[in-house]
Design a binder for this molecule. Structure first.
Ligand code: ATP
Length: 452
């Protein structure tokens, strides 16, 4: 079995098998946007549902919200996004193509970590770095990544809004609402999943760096004295979740972000890195955001964000630990971890060794031959039976049985159930295992139980 995975292998499987397509593909695409096909959508939803179940439904200290994507522009002024949510940009003076300066440095073997814009410009000159087309580069500048839009029929300064660049602010703006409705004990968390938009200078590496993507974020409100303890607990919980996603421990790395590279509000950040095919890169972040956001809201809105302990003993603005997951980066890490190749009967085989709870199709049911009505009838009965147990069951009678197995292997279906002529006699079916390709006979009456 080989585990060398190239990005092109993942991209091509995703397109071939209906996981992920380029956005607006028929019109030549729109850079940094991707569309999920039936199987990709199912995989993505399975990941998001697992996250929600793990971090919200199975805990009693968590509250979910689903805030509007469009928010009052003051949210983004208060949060600092209007002034500081930018990336360093550099332009090829010939082609006018624009690049992300820190990425260009990295691509040329210079580590930009901790460098200011001036230092990056200096490094560019010292190393005589040219654009990827070999041309001279202009002066670096910062580029704000928020997509601006106007709300309402009149376009002026008051109508200005942004597509949210993170889901976190929709949580902070609802902090007081949740406290007033539920009066939870501190510590407690508010969670949100949903779309976020960033006008990335150069989207790349498949869905890893997109302009429209989804986040799963939690703001965990704590007493400031407890931040170290709570931070460590989150490290443990995140690792357990990544293991549920089927990511091998050796492919996940914790990067303690040095002070000079942390967001200005963060006193500690760990980036959880994953070994993607393009490089080791950020899968998710865990940050101690102090009371920065709630204090900003207090200042900007004039509303009090204090929490009063039950009995009124203490009032304080809670501090916050923030685990911030990117859905696309999780989808990609899951696909990379699951991607496998081996040889079966002298033929190369690609299969996705997805954890069963994430597989878009849990079981595929086939009649051995699709032109034999008695087999089709029996297989339909089996299909209906299995479908009652698992919702994501696929009816598959396309091509010969060998082709069906290959296709189901490639989309990560753990089990294929085949109804053949013997089934008509002995009320049994063949169940084939994706990973071992072994086939066993199972009584139809015991099938659901066995598949579980
Ligand atoms: P990067 O340094 O890679 O640009 P970031 O540090 O700016 O990422 P955060 O602001 O911490 O990212 O966002 C939280 C999470 O959202 C990231 O860990 C990632 O999973 C996801 N994310 C951020 N930007 C993108 C993007 N352009 N495409 C897909 N996912 C993203």
């Amino acid at each position: 079995m080989s585990k060398e995975v190239a990005l092109e292998d993942i991209v091509s499987l995703c397109k071939r098998r209906g996981f992920i397509y380029q956005g607006s593909e028929v019109y030549g695409g729109l850079a940094g946007t991707w569309d999920y096909g039936p199987l990709g959508l199912s995989l993505k939803r399975n990941i998001m549902n697992l996250w929600w179940k793990t971090f919200v439904e199975e805990r009693d200290d968590m509250y979910g919200v689903d805030a509007a994507i469009l928010m009052n522009q003051r949210v983004w002024q208060a949060s600092g996004h209007v002034d500081t949510f930018h990336d360093p940009l550099i332009e090829d003076i010939e082609t006018k193509r624009r690049y992300r300066l820190d990425h260009l440095l990295e691509d040329n073997g210079v580590n930009p970590e901790g460098m200011s814009l001036e230092q990056m410009a200096e490094a560019l000159r010292e190393n005589n770095i040219k654009s990827p087309d070999g041309n001279q580069l202009g002066e670096p500048q910062f580029f704000n990544m928020m997509f601006e839009t106007a709300v309402g029929p009149v376009k002026d300064e008051h109508s200005k809004s942004y597509l949210r660049p993170e889901t976190a602010q929709g949580i902070f703006t609802n902090f007081k609402n949740v406290v007033d409705s539920f009066y939870p004990d501190v510590p407690f968390g508010v969670a949100q999943m949903g779309k976020a938009f960033r006008n990335e200078i150069s989207p790349r590496d498949f869905v890893f760096r997109s302009r429209e993507f989804e986040q799963m974020e939690i703001e965990y409100f704590i007493h400031k004295d407890d931040w170290r303890k709570e931070f460590e607990k989150w490290v443990v919980d995140i690792k357990a979740f990544l293991s549920e996603l089927g990511l091998p421990e050796e492919s996940v790395h914790e990067h303690e972000v040095p002070a000079e590279d942390r967001a200005h509000y963060s006193e500690r950040t760990i980036d959880f890195m994953f070994d993607y095919p393009h490089k080791r890169d950020e899968l998710l972040g865990l940050a101690y955001r102090t009371d920065f956001d709630l204090k900003n809201i207090e200042r900007e809105s004039g509303k009090n964000m204090e929490y009063i302990t039950k009995g009124g003993g203490e009032r304080f603005v809670p501090h916050v630990i923030e685990p911030s997951f990117g859905v696309e980066r999780a989808v990609m890490a899951v696909l990379v971890s699951a991607y496998n190749q081996d040889e079966v009967n002298g033929e190369k085989r690609i299969f996705l060794k997805l954890p069963q709870h994430l597989a878009p199709v849990r079981v595929a049911v086939s009649p051995l031959l699709k032109n034999k009505p008695e087999l089709v009838k029996k297989a339909r009965e089996v299909y209906d039976l299995v479908k009652k147990e698992f919702s994501n069951v696929m009816w598959d009678d396309n091509g010969n049985i060998g082709k069906r197995y290959r296709r189901q292997d490639e989309i990560g279906t753990p089990y294929c159930v085949v109804v053949d002529f013997d089934s008509l006699e002995d009320d049994s079916v063949t169940v084939r295992d994706r990973d071992t390709t072994e086939q066993v006979r199972v009584k139809i009456s015991e099938l659901s139980e066995k598949l579980k």
